[in-house]
Ligand binder design. Structure first.
Ligand code: 0X9
Ligand code: CA
Ligand code: CA
Ligand code: CA
Ligand code: ZN
Length: 413
C-alpha cells in the first residue's frame, strides 16, 4: 500500500516536471524538522525560525532550505529528524473527511462552523448566565466569537473579570477545544457543581475560543492537515508576535513575511490581535482595568509560562519584585495542578510582541500561556493529537483554571 502510494507520488512528480507551466513560486517550500543543540535559542529566534519544542536546551524546529543554510552558515549544527510532508502524510489518513471537516478519525475536533453552533447552543440553553457576541472579525471576515459567562450576564457588575483566549496559532486545534470545554463546564455545571456556581456568581468570565479562525480553517482545508501557524493575511502574520508591547524590540520575531514568526507590518496590523486588544482596552472602566487574570492556550510542550517574553530579566520594566514573584507563584501553583512545567516565558525562548507581554505591560493583567499536551513531539505530530485526547487533556486543566479564577479575585500586588 505504502509502496504503491510512493510510486504514484513519484509518478505525479515526474508529470509535474514535464508540465513546465507550473511556476516555481507556486510550490510550497519544502520544510524539514531539525534538532539544534543547546545554546542556539537566541540565534534561532532572530532568524525567525519556528521552534516546535525545547528539551534540555535542544530545540526542535521547522525550517525551509534557506533557513537551514543560513543557520548552518552561522555555525549551528542542524540534525534532520524528519520531513514535514512525510510527518503530515502519516497523520493525514487515506480516507478523507467530509468537505471542510477534520481528517477522518479526528471528527471530534470542532470546525469553525461547529464552534459557532456549539456556542449558540450554549447561549440558548443557558441564557441566564451566557451571552454570545464577538470582538470583531478576522481578516477573511469570520466573527471572532466572545462568550461571557456570569450571573446577571446582561449587566456589567462589579466582579473580577477573567479572559481565556485560544487558537492564536492555526494548527493548535486542541486549544480551541480547551476554550469550548471551559464554556461547557461553566454553563452545564452551573447550579450543580458548587465550585463552578461560585465562580459564575462572583466573576465575569470571558472566552474567545478561536482568535485565528481563518488559519484554523485553512489548516484543515481539503480534509488534510497543513501544519499552518499564522493568520491568512498576505503570507500570514504570526499573531503571537503582533501585540503592541515592545513589538519587534528584541530579536524575538521576524521582519520577513515568509517567516513562521513574522511580526506583521506594525503592532496590531492583524485584525485579529487588534480586535482582541480593543476588547481588552474597552474593559478599562473608570480608569481601572476590570480583567485581572488571563490564560492564552497554545500547544504543545506541557508548560505554564509567564511574562516577560521579551527579556530574560526576572523583574522586567513595569513590574515590581513582588509582582514578578506573584506571577511565578501562581504559575507554579497552576503547573502543580496540571502536571506541566512552570517557567518564565523567555526562559523557553525570547519572543517580542506576544500576548502575555501586552496583557501585563499595558494592563497589569496576570497573564499566562499554557502549552498543552503532548510534552514531546515528534515535530509537527505534536499539534495533532487524536481526538480521543480532547476530553482528558482539557479536563486536566480544570483545577489550574480554577486557580486563575480564584487569583483574579485577590488584591493586586
Ligand atoms: O512561540 C509562541 O508563540 C508560543 N509557543 S508555540 O509553540 N505555541 O508557538 C510561546 C509564546 C510564549 N512566549 C515566549 N516563549 N517568550
Ligand atoms: Ca478518533
Ligand atoms: Ca455577574
Ligand atoms: Ca464588570
Ligand atoms: Zn502557539
Amino acid at each position: 500500500m505504502r509502496t504503491t502510494r510512493r510510486t504514484l507520488t513519484a509518478a505525479a512528480g515526474l508529470l509535474l516536471l514535464f508540465a513546465a507551466t507550473v511556476p516555481a513560486s507556486a510550490q510550497p517550500p519544502e520544510r524539514g524538522v531539525y534538532e539544534i543543540s543547546a545554546g542556539a535559542q537566541e540565534r534561532v529566534a532572530r532568524a525567525g525560525v519556528d521552534v516546535l519544542g525545547v528539551r534540555d536546551g535542544t530545540l526542535t524546529v521547522v525550517a525551509s532550505p534557506a533557513e537551514v543554510a543560513s543557520l548552518r552558515a552561522e555555525g549551528l549544527d542542524l540534525r534532520p529528524v524528519g520531513d514535514v510532508d512525510r510527518v503530515l502524510a502519516e497523520r493525514n489518513p487515506d480516507r478523507r473527511a467530509a468537505p471542510g471537516d477534520f481528517p477522518a478519525g479526528d471528527e471530534g475536533y470542532h470546525t469553525y462552523a461547529e464552534v459557532t453552533a456549539e456556542l449558540r447552543q450554549a447561549a440558548q440553553d443557558h441564557g441566564d448566565v451566557t451571552a454570545l457576541s464577538s470582538v470583531g472579525e478576522s481578516f477573511e471576515g469570520r466573527a471572532l466569537h466572545l462568550v461571557k459567562i456570569s450571573d446577571h450576564v446582561e449587566r456589567d457588575e462589579a466582579e473580577p473579570e477573567v479572559l481565556f483566549t485560544c487558537n492564536q496559532h492555526a494548527r493548535e486545534h486542541l486549544t480551541t477545544e480547551m476554550c469550548l470545554h471551559i464554556v461547557q463546564r461553566f454553563t452545564d455545571s452551573y447550579g450543580h457543581d458548587p465550585v463552578v456556581t461560585q465562580f459564575v456568581d462572583s466573576r465575569e468570565i470571558y472566552v474567545i475560543p478561536t482568535v485565528n479562525p481563518d488559519g484554523a480553517e485553512y489548516d484543515i482545508a481539503g480534509g488534510r492537515y497543513q501544519g499552518w501557524r499564522k493568520n491568512r493575511q498576505g503570507e500570514g502574520t504570526d499573531l503571537n508576535r503582533n501585540w503592541g508591547h515592545r513589538w519587534g524590540c528584541c530579536g524575538g520575531s521576524s521582519g520577513h513575511e515568509g517567516s513562521e514568526t513574522y511580526r506583521g507590518t506594525a503592532a496590531f496590523s492583524a485584525p485579529e490581535t487588534k480586535a482582541v486588544a480593543d476588547f481588552v482596552d474597552s474593559r478599562v472602566v473608570g480608569g481601572t482595568q476590570q480583567i485581572t487574570g488571563h490564560i492564552d492556550f497554545h500547544s504543545y510542550s506541557e508548560l505554564v509560562l509567564w511574562p516577560y517574553g521579551h527579556t530574560t530579566d526576572d523583574v522586567g520594566e513595569g513590574m515590581t519584585p513582588d509582582q514578578a514573584q506573584r506571577l511565578r507563584s501562581v504559575g507554579e501553583e497552576m503547573a502543580a495542578a496540571n502536571g506541566y512545567t512552570p517557567q518564565q516565558s523567555s526562559d523557553l525562548y525570547v519572543t517580542d510582541g506576544d500576548i502575555n507581554d501586552w496583557m501585563w505591560g499595558r494592563h497589569r493583567i496576570l497573564s499566562f500561556t499554557f502549552e498543552m499536551y503532548p510534552a514531546d513531539g515528534p515535530g509537527l505530530d505534536g499539534f495533532y493529537p487524536p481526538d480521543e485526547q480532547i476530553r482528558p487533556q482539557t479536563e486536566r486543566n480544570d483545577a489550574a483554571v480554577d486557580i486563575l479564577l480564584r487569583e483574579a479575585g485577590a488584591d493586586r500586588a
